[in-house]
Design a protein around this ligand. Sequence first.
Ligand code: TXA
Ligand code: MG
Length: 370
Amino acid sequence: MIDFIIDVLGDLVFEGTKAGAKKINRSVKSAKLRKKIEEAADIIKNGGLVAFPTETVYGLGADAFNSRAVERIYAAKGRPSDNPLILHVADIKQFLELVEPPPDYALALAKAYWPGPLTLIAKKKYHIPEWVGGHPQKSTATIGVRVPNHPIALALITAAGCPIAAPSANKSGRPSPTSAAHVAEDFSANSEIDIVLDGAISNVGLESTVVDVTGDFPVILRPGAITKEMILKTTGLQPSEATVTDAPRSPGIKYKHYAPKAQVIILKGEPGSIAEYILKECKANAEQKIGVLVTAPTKSILDKNALPNMKVITLGNGHEAMAKNLFSNLRQFDKLGVSVIFAESVQFSGLGIAIMDRMLKAAEGNVFNV
Ligand code: TXA
Ligand code: MG
């Protein structure tokens, strides 16, 4: 029987909710929680798997240097072996122990945004085993590293005394988990996870921005809460952006991701025309439950025309709230048993770029202009 620890945290202090803004309080005050973190750290040291909270999404962690443990991550998730993992470290010093001296702009990014939702892809130091950072049967010249902005994650890494390799703690292809309950949805008690540490709901809600810093200028491989404007401001360098066609550079982006069970269709247009389209579809398919994920103005039009098969969830007020709730909203639609989800397109700027990236992946590129 697997021991799932679901802990309620009363005394965690989050200072500020803005991504990359204030740093969190690193100390974990509760003795009970500290004990659970020690227990989890022992599991990591002994080759076990620990699901733990971060500010972006929950991670499924193992000792990054233990090949059998890392193999268990791939098996538990059903993750393709050519998709490398992010190593979670406690500070910049630990990052520099893993990688060749990175360019100045990379250090500027690390100093500005760590702990925070930023992953740097850098050249591996010569003495690091060639498989580390990926599947034990593969080799990789680069390594993805980040310092998460969550007191439990930082305490766990420090107590374990090793970098923790951790992808998001979902089954491959499912929306990333932003709560311990989401992790428990994907991994049953028969699965290979040994413990889930509960650290409340992830503040950012979308996975970290992945930036390749192996060249003369930054390349964004996956958009996130650290936006290209922030990277430009910090480094003075215009980052380039990989698109889905650049898939081999970040294998993760070529797989269908973040998808709920229902088909997702993104609708682009004015609230009035989006509402009109949805109402027409709901009436024409009255026997099906239809999920609707829209902005407040569109919802207020739909509310006046409520239909029994139309299940409406609001995207949230502003990009930060939309990002924080997106994955849990997609999971909520699964629970409601909808067959289709109509999701309203959001403004393609700032954090909106990361939100649209995840929505487009869930929709497999399906966008209707209405
Ligand atoms: O916010 C996050 O990044 C979360 C939390 C748990 O830290 N983790 C996460 O991990 O999203 P995962 O495995 O779901 O996504 C890691 C992404 C993938 O797209 C992967 O291909 C890319 O980072 N990646 C990792 N190492 C890489 C490398 N050496 N080169 C290129 N891409 C890499
Ligand atoms: Mg993932």
